[in-house]
Structures are given as structure tokens and as C-alpha cells.
Design a protein around this ligand. Structure first.
Ligand SMILES: Cc1cc2nc3c(=O)[nH]c(=O)nc-3n(C[C@H](O)[C@H](O)[C@H](O)COP(=O)(O)O)c2cc1C
Length: 391
């Protein structure tokens, strides 16, 4: 007889044979910008992630570990480009193990959304830089990557995955969303190549699939690989959308990926998605459900989910196998534990202004802050500046 009982968000989730989470809620990759200029974590970095791990999720990811020592989003991001970086992260993975928490690390190449290199160059599939980068750095020059540069990038992901494994990470997330390098290869809007790295959805996915293969070899198949997949960039029919990605998720499953986390938006459309919560969530749910129908591996998403009740509803109706939280988690690292203990009244809720995301590029900010979390509340002057200038 068929069992139609809805799956609750508190049910365990397996990532292939290698890793399991005690429930289906995760803290999404959040680059908190708490590293020094060489990409080493400062003490506050450990404090935030330890607090997040104690907050009731079953799994979560360290955000934005750059695989390329020279490609940066700002000067405070994490890097995973040497044994010393791996060594620095070891205590965090030990802490995760002690807590029975499944902690992963996101591997990132910023590509067309990176700050230009010292030579003013930005790497991209077809020489198209992000409009927001060109606004800030009008002299920047986006180059269409050569075969040699592409192969080097694949090696960088493999090397970073090896470092992640050395650090003790049981789980890796490849950042293939939000307009960064891998997602710019996947998009028909930014990948106009006519060689084997472009031309059809599956050829545009060759970089991602090669990265997966490289990581599997580099880690001896001992680390679970997940992909954060950009399923809609918000640019309509000529941009990326879920309808183009059926074959790609099948290929990812065949290549050994153990879960897919969906995401929407790129730098030009983040503001739209942050401001239009219902639209963002509807697009994520619809796209996630559609892509889930192609594969057996778990598929989930992060985007505008506010609480455990919403997570239960989304998972229970089959739109996603698991659900992530970004800003809700920043506002209150422990909101899931509080809700599961029946103490909703103690939760500090996100106000949804997305100023935290603005902190990443604001020269006056020295880290990511929050306007409600007392552990890292935004300085009043900066908060006021945002309120007056970013309405
Ligand atoms: C301050 C901040 C930092 C973020 N850093 C990352 C990151 O490092 N990597 C990533 O893939 N997404 C990052 N994101 C996006 C989140 O993971 C998440 O997808 C997004 O906030 C939407 O989810 P939400 O509506 O639950 O906040 C960041 C978002 C914010 C607000």
C-alpha cells in the first residue's frame, strides 16, 4: 500500500553513502566576510559558525571559499587555496563532528562577478562581465577563457576539494548559481561559446561536470558532493531557467553528485528577488519540483523561507526534499531549535531589508551585520545611512 504521510522537515536525510543529516533543514551558504586579507578566518568566523551549528539545522555550509587565490568578491572572503587554509578550518570541522552536525564547505570561483585582477582582468565564458562589476570598475576587461584557463579552473576546484577533505569536511557544495563563474557557463545569456564548452545546456554544463569529476578523483570518492544550481536568473526566456536544466540534473546524478540545492537570481536581479518574497519562493518551489522529477537524489532550495512551518509545508507537499535558510538564520542563529522546542515567542525575525547583503560591497562596512541580531548588530550610523539611501 502506498504511504501518503507527508515527510516532515525533521526527518533524516542521506547524501549518498558518505554523509547524513539529522533533519532536512540547513543553513545556506553565507559568506560572512570574517576573514583576513589572505583568506584566513578571524576568531568571529568560528563564533558565528559554531553558533549556527547549535541552532537546530541538520546541515549547513561555510560560504564562499574561493578556489582561486586571485579572484575575490571583496577583501574579507574565505579562501581554500593552501594547506594552511585547510589547517585553519580544522577546528570547525572537529567541532561539527563533536556536535553530530553535517558541516560542508562551498567552493566558489567568482568569475564575472569577481573584482578585477591586478591586470584589470575578469574571467568569463564569452568575455561578458557582470553589469554591476562594470559599474564599479569601468576599466575592467572580461576575457573569454581559453581552454588552458578552463582546465586550470577545474584543477583549482579539485585542489580546493582536497584541502577541504584535509580540513575534515565530509560535504562539499560547488557554487554553480547566482552568476558566478560556473553559473555563467551554464547560462545561455553569458555563455555564447561555439566550442565544446557551450552551445547546448549539456555542453554549457561541461565545466560543472568536469569539476565534479575532478573533485571525485581528488577526494577518492570519500566526500559527498552537492551542487548549488542556479535554476533561474530572473532574466526571462533568454536567460537561465529550470526548463533548460532537466538533462543537466540527470547528468549531475549520473556523475555522482549526492544532492542539488536550487537558487534563483544573479547580481543584476538579487534586489528584485530579495524584495519580492512571494515571487522568489514560488519560482524556487516550481523549479525545484520540476527538476526533482528528473532524478532520485534529493533536491532542495533556499530562498525566502521564514520558519519551520513553511519548511514542513514545502517538504510535505513534495516541492522539495530539504529546505535552507539564509537571512532568517542570520537574524536568529537558533530559531529552528527554539521553534522545535515550542518557543516561537523567543525567535528574533529577519526584517527582510537585505542590508546584510549590501554590507558585502559597502566600503563603510567591515563585515556582514544584521539589524536585529545583537551578536553582530549593524552600527547605527551605517544602518541609518542604508535606511536613508536604499529605500
Ligand atoms: C549576507 C549574505 C551572504 C551570502 N553569502 C552567500 C555565499 O557565500 N554563497 C552563496 O551561495 N550564497 C550566499 N548568499 C545567499 C544565501 O545563501 C541565500 O541563497 C539567499 O540569502 C536567499 O535565501 P534567504 O531568502 O533565506 O535569505 C548570501 C546571502 C546573504 C544575505
Amino acid at each position: 500500500m502506498e504511504n501518503n504521510t507527508p515527510i516532515p522537515a525533521t526527518q533524516a536525510l542521506h547524501f549518498g553513502a558518505h554523509a547524513a543529516s539529522k533533519n532536512r533543514m540547513y543553513f545556506s551558504s553565507l559568506g560572512m566576510d570574517l576573514c583576513d586579507e589572505y583568506g584566513f578566518p578571524r576568531p568571529e568566523f568560528f563564533a558565528v559558525y559554531q553558533s549556527l551549528m547549535d541552532g537546530g539545522c541538520g546541515f549547513g555550509f561555510l560560504g564562499n571559499a574561493s578556489v582561486d587565490a586571485d579572484a575575490r568578491y571583496n577583501s574579507r572572503g574565505l579562501k581554500l587555496t593552501s594547506p594552511a587554509h585547510a589547517q585553519a578550518l580544522r577546528p570547525l570541522f572537529q567541532a561539527a563532528q563533536e556536535r553530530d552536525f553535517l558541516l560542508g564547505v562551498q567552493l566558489q570561483h567568482y568569475g564575472p562577478q569577481a573584482m578585477p585582477s591586478d591586470q584589470g582582468i575578469i574571467l568569463s565564458p564569452s568575455g561578458i562581465a557582470s553589469a554591476s562589476i562594470l559599474n564599479t570598475f569601468p576599466q575592467a576587461r572580461a576575457v573569454a577563457m581559453s581552454e588552458e584557463q578552463i582546465l586550470r579552473c577545474i584543477d583549482q576546484f579539485s585542489a580546493a576539494a582536497r584541502q577541504a577533505q584535509q580540513a575534515g569536511a565530509p560535504l562539499i557544495q560547488i557554487q554553480a548559481s547566482n552568476g558566478y563563474l560556473v553559473s555563467s557557463f551554464l547560462s545561455p545569456k553569458t555563455n555564447r561559446r561555439e566550442d565544446d564548452w557551450g552551445g547546448s545546456p549539456i555542453k554549457r554544463a561541461r565545466l560543472l561536470l568536469s569539476i565534479v569529476e575532478g573533485i571525485r578523483k581528488a577526494t577518492g570518492n570519500k566526500v559527498a558532493i552537492t551542487v548549488r544550481l542556479g535554476i533561474d536568473d530572473g532574466l526571462g526566456e533568454e536567460g537561465q531557467h529550470a526548463g533548460l536544466l532537466g538533462d543537466v540534473v540527470v547528468a549531475l546524478e549520473v556523475s555522482g553528485v549526492s544532492a542539488i540545492t536550487c537558487s534563483v537570481g544573479i547580481s543584476e536581479t538579487f534586489r528584485f528577488f530579495f524584495k519580492n518574497k512571494e515571487k522568489a519562493q514560488a519560482m524556487s518551489r516550481e523549479g525545484c519540483r520540476y527538476l526533482k522529477s528528473f532524478v532520485q537524489i534529493p533536491v532542495g532550495f533556499t530562498g525566502s523561507v521564514a520558519d519551520v512551518a513553511e519548511a514542513n509545508e514545502i517538504i510535505g507537499c513534495g516541492d522539495a526534499d530539504f529546505v535552507g535558510f539564509g537571512r532568517a538564520m542570520l537574524a536568529d542563529n537558533h530559531f529552528i531549535a527554539k521553534e522545535l522546542a515550542g518557543r516561537k515567542d523567543l525567535v528574533t525575525r529577519c526584517k527582510g531589508d537585505a542590508f546584510c547583503f549590501r554590507d558585502k560591497k559597502e566600503p563603510m562596512a567591515t563585515r556582514v551585520y544584521c539589524c536585529v541580531n545583537p551578536d553582530y548588530r549593524r552600527p547605527e550610523k551605517l544602518q541609518q545611512y542604508y535606511e536613508e539611501n536604499l529605500k
